[in-house]
Design a protein around this ligand. Structure first.
Ligand code: GLU
Length: 426
């Protein structure tokens, strides 16, 4: 087993997601014995676009925003990956997220490379018309990269089907004809796919149940804590509760609630829909996001942002299984600690792939103008996430490494093979 990651040094550690993503890749390259030239290519991003663009506020003031679109690799096909709107977005974060998309698509067998975009903004501080102007201007500024054959964005943190509709319309206006396949996660009325909105959470729930089955953990009555109550977290919590799990804690960016007897997830979703957050929800006791991670539960689902389980708290994670609905929630140092402590971590590129898998279905449906029934989409989604989990886990068992390393070995090997076949231009 190759472990190039040392465990927690003294004092709190601040993690850079891009350094962590490169470190995870380097571990996989070492495991596979990847040739140095190919390793040098794959540990960098192919294209990194930084844009600064003005947006008129409703009061007439002009504010300049910073945004990014990064394509990590195009070996297997057009670039694919979401766009996030968040005040904490950085170029390094977007680079890491783009690289993770490359591995996620490869592991799921999708004909895509990896990309990601982001704007440094708190969308909750904008009016709806300000948000529309920001989205349309950002879409215009990254239109040099995006397109149905080149790079296809999708929702991510704080971006919605409505925002995808504005991107689709903006690109269509400049081309003079409708291009639904330029973006996925759209509303149904303009070429969105049935099942896309629930796909990430559905994939997380399916993966969680399959993981419990393979480990011999009964799912009926299994306790679950979910950090992050956005698109992925809400649907994962709802579906797991439907399948007999007891969701004992949920949280959003403002804090969470816990109840050992279980939370009424539907009521929590309804409260969040009505008020915009979980604050004031009466179905349990208040709990902080940090404390939620340390609850004595069977299954912990980080579904918010990266760097939540770190070398600072990994010793205190009590869950037996961690299912990464978020991208990059566990740092490499924390991974080493969890591995030593016998915690099974289902890595992000396996656990949350349901979203991009149904994005792929949406893109195929748009290109063919032929739309599928929801049960067919859900069936195909379940087959594909199960295959990715099996490939990653079998590889991990064969190499006697963690599931993350097994998943990376499969994904990096697939991308490397495509790169070798294509050769180096010119
Ligand atoms: N943002 C999601 C992810 O991180 C979905 C990406 C997509 O559908 O292209 O996987």
């Amino acid at each position: 087993m190759t472990t190039t990651v040392s465990e927690a040094p003294a004092g709190p550690v601040v993690d850079n997601p891009w350094e962590n993503a490169q470190r995870q890749f380097d571990d996989a390259a070492a495991l596979l014995g990847l040739e140095p030239g190919l390793q040098a290519v794959l540990r960098q991003c192919k294209r990194e676009l930084i844009v600064h663009f003005p947006v008129k506020r409703d009061n007439g003031d002009v504010v300049v925003f910073e945004g990014f679109r990064v394509q990590h690799n195009l070996g297997l096909g057009p670039a694919k990956g979401g766009i996030r709107f968040h005040p904490g977005v950085t170029l390094d974060e977007v680079r890491a997220l783009a690289m993770w998309m490359t591995w996620k698509c490869a592991l799921s067998g999708l004909p895509y490379g990896g990309a990601k975009g982001g704007v440094v903004v708190d969308p909750k501080a904008l009016s709806l018309s300000e948000l529309e102007r920001l989205t349309r201007r950002y879409a215009t500024d990254i239109s040099v990269l995006i397109g149905p054959e080149s790079d296809i964005p999708a929702p991510d943190v704080n971006t919605t089907p409505q925002i995808m509709a504005w991107i689709m319309d903006t690109i269509s206006m400049s081309r003079g004809y409708s291009t639904p396949a330029v973006v996925t996660g759209k509303p149904l009325a303009i070429g969105g796919s049935r099942g896309r909105n629930t796909a990430t959470g559905r994939g997380v729930a399916v993966i969680t149940l399959l993981t419990c089955k393979r480990l011999g953990v009964p799912t009926s009555g299994a306790t679950v804590a979910v950090q992050g109550f956005g698109n992925a977290g809400t649907h994962a919590a709802r579906l797991l509760r439907e399948r007999g799990c007891v969701v004992t804690a949920v949280s959003d960016s403002r804090g969470g609630i816990t109840s050992p007897r279980g939370i009424d997830v539907d009521a929590a979703i309804e409260h969040k829909r009505r008020t915009g957050s979980l604050e004031g929800f009466a179905g349990g006791d208040a709990i902080s996001n940090d404390d939620l991670l340390e609850l004595p539960v069977d299954i912990l689902i980080p579904a918010a942002l990266e760097n939540q389980i770190t070398s600072n708290n990994a010793e205190r994670v009590h869950a037996r299984i961690v299912v990464e609905a978020a991208n990059g929630p566990t740092t490499p140092r924390a991974d080493a600690i969890l591995e030593r402590r016998g915690v099974t971590v289902v890595p992000d590129i396996v656990a949350n792939a349901g979203g991009v898998i149904v994005s792929y279905f949406e893109w195929v449906q748009d290109l063919q103008s032929f739309f599928w029934a929801e049960d067919e989409i859900n069936r195909r989604l379940e087959t594909m996430v199960e295959q990715a989990l099996t490939d990653a886990w079998d590889q991990a068992d064969a190499r006697r490494v963690s599931m993350r390393k097994g998943a990376y070995a499969v994904a990096v090997d697939r991308v490397a093979e495509a790169m070798r076949e294509r050769g180096i231009y010119p």
